[in-house]
Design a protein around this ligand. Structure first.
Ligand SMILES: *Cc1c(COP(=O)(O)O)cnc(C)c1O
Length: 403
């Protein structure tokens, strides 16, 4: 029996919300023999990473590097400013807010969660109300997820700062911008963020393995008042090292640094404002196609109704179960295209889990990749006989063309 024809040979495309597509230039920069970690080029190069990272986060304050994924950056940030028994407020808009809160609980914090569900941004009046009710200022930090990668909700961090100020509450504003940095506009200093955490494997286009915590003087002050901070997570030596190894609390993540240098060169050659605009336009193309597929009785739905609340880095979608899984499998097997699973929308044992899926469009993505992604989904829906509205690809192409 002959094998049935598939069209999966060729360059594969991983369109999941992290790890993102790694540019060849980053991969090539990493393909090097081990460099000396005691003297020479690596040490000089590392010093150049810090200001360029701060330019991406739009901060003039301090930065610490960790050899970890995003979960490590969550823990690092908390370990420096939240002592056991202190309270944190988590306005959650999807799975990731809860995750950061659970991390805080594991470090002995008292965690108060306001759950805004799985498809809406924070209601800032409720956050302000909670802060005003905390007259004794027991809450030491608000843990805000800028873009929640499970729901694809994007929260207005500047407005959250304003709500905290209006409530007259001194809690630190801590922002998880792991999904958003280098994709959605993020302005640490202008928005009044005290601590920002991110990883390298999303908008920063580097294989998972290093993460970053940015912090301002208010946060540094809180760090200095801590009864103790674990030596490894302590951001003080990392952000102001006397010796090279202190940047990393040990051996440098040599090849990640080489890759990061190349990625930052690409981001700053393009210009961060342009990077944000590119992601915005590409996201609008994705939305235009998804909205068209959902018309004429098509079952496809975007998780976030209002465009203003949608991330430019990731889009969470739903079909009737099990068609989300069927579509992912179809485009994988037939086209060499990998879509993201749904996350946090249903338990994996719940049959409805198979309706949810996500598109990652963060980092090293351009117009033809997004059109390929959308064309692949259209082919998959046709191949599987999933009903959908007409004109999606035309709508996306018009957005890409700037119409
Ligand atoms: C990816 C992500 C994380 C977790 O990062 P890991 O590298 O998987 O540990 C946390 N928060 C957000 C918003 C993310 O997108």
């Amino acid at each position: 029996m002959g094998k049935s024809l598939t069209l999966s040979q060729g360059r594969e495309y991983l369109a999941i919300p992290g790890p993102s597509v790694i540019p060849d230039r980053v991969l090539q920069a990493m393909h090097q023999p081990a460099p000396n970690i005691y003297a020479g080029a690596l040490l000089d190069m590392t010093a150049t990473l810090i200001p360029d990272l701060k330019r991406v986060a739009r901060t003039g304050h301090s930065a610490a590097i960790y050899i970890s994924n995003g979960h490590g950056a969550w823990e690092a940030a908390l370990a420096n400013v939240i002592a056991p028994g202190e309270r944190v407020l988590v306005p959650a808009t999807g799975r990731f807010g809860h995750g950061w809160g659970e991390m805080a609980a594991g470090l002995g914090a008292e965690v108060e969660v306001i759950d805004f569900g799985k498809s809406s941004p924070m209601d800032l009046s409720r956050v302000a109300e909670t802060l005003r009710a905390d007259a004794g200022h027991r809450i030491k930090a608000v843990l805000a997820t800028h873009v929640d990668t499970s729901s694809s909700v994007r929260n207005d961090i500047a407005a959250l700062r304003a709500a905290m100020d209006e409530a007259g509450h001194p809690a630190l504003l801590m922002a998880d911008c792991i999904a958003s940095l280098g994709c959605d506009r993020f302005e640490m200093d202008a928005w009044g963020v005290d601590v920002a955490v991110t990883g390298c494997q999303k908008g920063l286009m580097v294989p998972p393995g290093v993460s970053f915590v940015f912090f301002n003087e208010r946060a540094a002050e809180k760090r200095r008042s801590m009864p103790r901070v674990s030596r490894y997570w302590d951001w003080a030596p990392r952000s102001d090292p006397d010796e090279f190894y202190q940047f990393f609390g040990g051996t440098a993540p040599t090849h990640h640094l080489l890759g990061l240098r190349a990625a930052l060169d690409m981001i700053h050659a393009e210009g961060i404002e342009h990077v944000w605009d590119r992601h915005e336009r590409l996201a609008q193309a994705v939305w235009a196609a998804c909205e068209a597929w959902g018309r004429d009785g098509g079952p496809l739905r975007l998780n976030v109704a209002d465009r203003a609340d949608r991330s430019h880095a990731v889009t969470a979608l739903r079909l009737e179960a099990p068609n989300g899984t069927a579509l992912r499998n179809w485009v994988q097997e037939n086209l060499g295209l990998t879509l993201g699973i749904g996350l946090g929308m249903a338990a994996p044992t719940d049959p409805s889990w198979h309706g949810f899926f996500r598109l990652g469009h963060m980092g090293h993505v351009n117009g033809h990749m997004i059109l390929g992604l959308l064309g692949g989904i259209e082919a998959g829906m046709n191949g599987l006989g999933i009903a959908h509205g007409a004109g999606a690809l035309d709508a996306a192409a018009r957005v890409i063309a700037g119409g």
